[in-house]
Design a binder for this molecule. Sequence first.
Ligand code: 5AD
Length: 363
Amino acid sequence: MNSSIQDILSRANQEETLQRPDVIQLLDISDPNELQALFKTAYKIKKQNVGKVVYFRGLIEISNLCQKDCLYCGIRKSNHDVNRFRLSVQEIVDAAVWAHKNQYGSLVLQGGEIQGDEHADYITRVLERIHQATRNELAITLSLGEQSREVLGRWRLAGAHRYLLRLETSREDLYRQFHPDDHLWQNRLDCLADLRAENYQVGTGVMIGLPGQSTSDLADDLLYIRDLDVDMIGMGPFIPHSDTPMAHHLPNFNKNKQLDLGLKMLACARLLLPNANMAATTALQALSDTGRELGLQAGGNIVMPNVTDPKHRRAYQLYDGKPSLDENSEQSRIGLQRRIESIGETVGYGLWGNSPRFDQRGV
Ligand code: 5AD
């Protein structure tokens, strides 16, 4: 093994702060032994900081209505080949009750970005009804795009605890390339600051392996996320969607390479933010059947099993090859639990699984 890789990993092991060139070198690893050494180090740091307990976040895809037109995303406004849906409050509550009965400590409500009072009221009602139906026992994460501080405050009061809003990339020029002119990178940053001010546990992340994105860009993404000092990280490989303008922007798209890059990012994120919660995302699983387990072995500690009624899953495809389209909630729970146990970890049933980074912040 290259001695400088060994040196970087042993410095990480001793909790020394890694620098930009270190992170770039780690992201550039191609030697299989070096790759395994990176994952092993990340896993050790994960064990020390967040243990070997995997937390389930029951994912409810509440709606694919979206006002945004991100060039990479399958549910972008201009994609007319999508059957648009929005779940009723009752349908969402039913999924939440199922998750609660099955000892999931936490939910993620995810949907396209819709602004306005009607939507804000609908989400408020959803939050109130879920808490009533589950005796306030669930932690709730929202992933509903950019919202005004006023709306974020209202949802926080109605019982949302956490919020996920990806930065997508820390390079503003790259952001501009993949979004229409009126989608502003700065707005996302402002929104992340509002979330912190409203006392949410805040999660962010980026897309990995975008066209024109280098490993030094990705290292900058990680350092940027570290400086934002977030509680949670959710990031995954970019996967082209055939009905979007970016369907063919990666002519050399290679599933294995994209998967490896995603895993390297996760491992480096664990070295940089040892006590944050990090998702082994579904996009990893879309690239390989064992993608999520590999993500857990590279530093992830969160998975988000889908608890949405399978009849709506096909209409909620951000990228091609979304896995588990026909699997019901019970099948995915059992399957995931088995996979998690097969790598020597356990599921943290009945626990909220707050990010230790948030709890230690002392707010
Ligand atoms: N590939 C990977 N991730 C995607 N997302 C949207 N489209 C894609 C794609 N084609 C991610 C974005 C967004 C999150 C909800 O899904 O990062 O923030």
